[in-house]
Design a protein around this ligand. Structure first.
Ligand code: HEM
Length: 365
């Protein structure tokens, strides 16, 4: 009788431990190497594909990096920016502020390769995160180890975009406040803006600085923009041209380096939001320190930290998201049943099995 009750007590402890283990793994979390067991080659496939894509089209590094930042800063790194509009819903990507985004095909083609290697395992939000960090690495920036295990959301609404995006002409106070909503600091803002060391902007994004500045006259331009640079930019963007693409860091637009900070410090920050970094004491100090730095180590180490901070915004829990089969559309209802077992459902099975064992043993003893 004594051995029976102690065996029962021991089994109850086991059951309790299983139960206690549940919440920790059903909360939102990501981890380094989340695909080590389920798709060990995932990160290598993304890197190999990005290397091949950027070898052919080096100017796609910027669009992919930006796509990830927009996805995260619109409330969560859950791949909602990748979803297409449907008959009943206009998606984030079709909001006016996001019309200039590019790089969707890059994500789709990498995802297609992963679906062949490990069907239904790697989320689109992770593909985007990994492709973005590889954009940095391949353009000679730092290698950034990032946690994975994000799942994909199924909500994407154009109406969410304007209220949650930096407005063209936003002040540095606006930008700091926007970042603070995601627990990102003024330092994160100064560091992540350094991503503008690669990539390009449409003339539409900065031509208000070149012509008819503050509505005074067509000849008037932003006095805080270097005069020679203004003249160069007017050569590249004629009045009314909204479509031409111009390097954000003209000295080294395809290399991830300190060029951006040197531009901004020299009044050659292309976007008004770049120039605005000089108007807050903290962000200004960071810009000037990097502009005068002789080596990129500090910026690279900071960028790795801030990038990971950004990559954690609004990550979905296992039971809230899905592993999209195609990044531009949510899974059809049938795909849910064929999806691999999530950690949550694996735990449910484990728990049920443990409870059945406890009951069976209790009856036997
Ligand atoms: C402070 C917030 C930010 C603002 C206001 C901002 C604004 C912009 C704008 C207006 C463009 C030009 C878009 C176009 O004309 O097509 C751009 C491009 C870009 N942004 Fe940002 N950005 C911000 C933060 C970030 C962050 C956090 C990252 C990444 C870590 C990033 C990476 C890029 C890249 C790589 C490009 C070039 C895109 C391309 O080549 O197509 N930006 N950004």
């Amino acid at each position: 009788m004594a051995s029976r009750s102690s065996a029962l007590a021991a089994l109850n402890v086991v059951a309790l431990l299983v139960l206690c283990g549940l919440p920790a793994t059903t909360e939102a979390h990501t981890q380094f190497g989340a695909y080590n067991k389920t798709c060990p080659q995932a990160e290598e496939i993304v890197f190999k594909e990005m290397t091949a894509i950027l070898a052919k089209s080096p100017d796609l590094a910027g669009p992919v990096l930006r796509l990830f930042s927009v996805d995260c800063l619109l409330g969560g790194c859950e791949g909602s920016i990748l979803l297409n509009s449907t008959a009943n819903n206009t998606a984030e990507k079709d909001a006016p502020l996001n019309k200039g985004l590019r790089g969707y095909d890059v994500v789709d083609s990498i995802k297609a390769k992963l679906e062949v290697a490990c069907p239904g395992v790697v989320s689109c939000s992770d593909v985007l995160a990994l492709a973005a960090r590889d954009s940095v690495r391949i353009t000679e920036g730092p290698y950034i180890p990032i946690p994975t295990g994000r799942q994909d959301g199924n909500r994407s609404s154009a109406a969410d975009v304007a209220p949650n995006s930096p407005k063209p002409g936003a002040t540095v106070t606006d930008l700091i406040a926007l970042f603070a909503r995601f627990n990102l600091t003024a330092k994160d803002l100064a560091v992540l803006s350094g991503a503008h060391t690669i990539g390009r902007a449409h003339c539409s994004a900065f031509s208000p600085r070149l012509y008819n500045f503050n509505g005074s006259s067509n000849a008037s331009s932003d006095p805080t923009l270097d005069a020679n640079y203004t003249a160069t930019l007017r050569g590249q963007c004629k009045a009314g041209d909204l479509a031409t693409l111009v390097d954000l860091d003209p000295s080294s637009g395809t290399t991830f380096d300190l060029g951006y900070y040197r531009d901004v410090a020299a009044s050659k920050g292309l976007l008004s939001t770049d120039a605005a970094l000089l108007l807050d004491a903290d962000t200004r100090a960071y810009v000037l320190r990097q502009a005068n730095a002789t080596a990129n180590q500090e910026f690279f180490a900071d960028f790795a930290v801030s990038f990971v901070n950004m990559s954690k915004i609004g990550v979905l829990t296992h039971h809230k998201g899905e592993i999209r089969r195609q990044c531009s559309v949510v899974n059809p209802p049938s795909a849910h049943s064929s999806a691999p077992m999530t950690t949550m459902s694996a735990h449910a099975v484990l728990l049920a099995t443990s409870l059945i064992s406890v009951l069976a043993l209790a009856l036997l003893l």
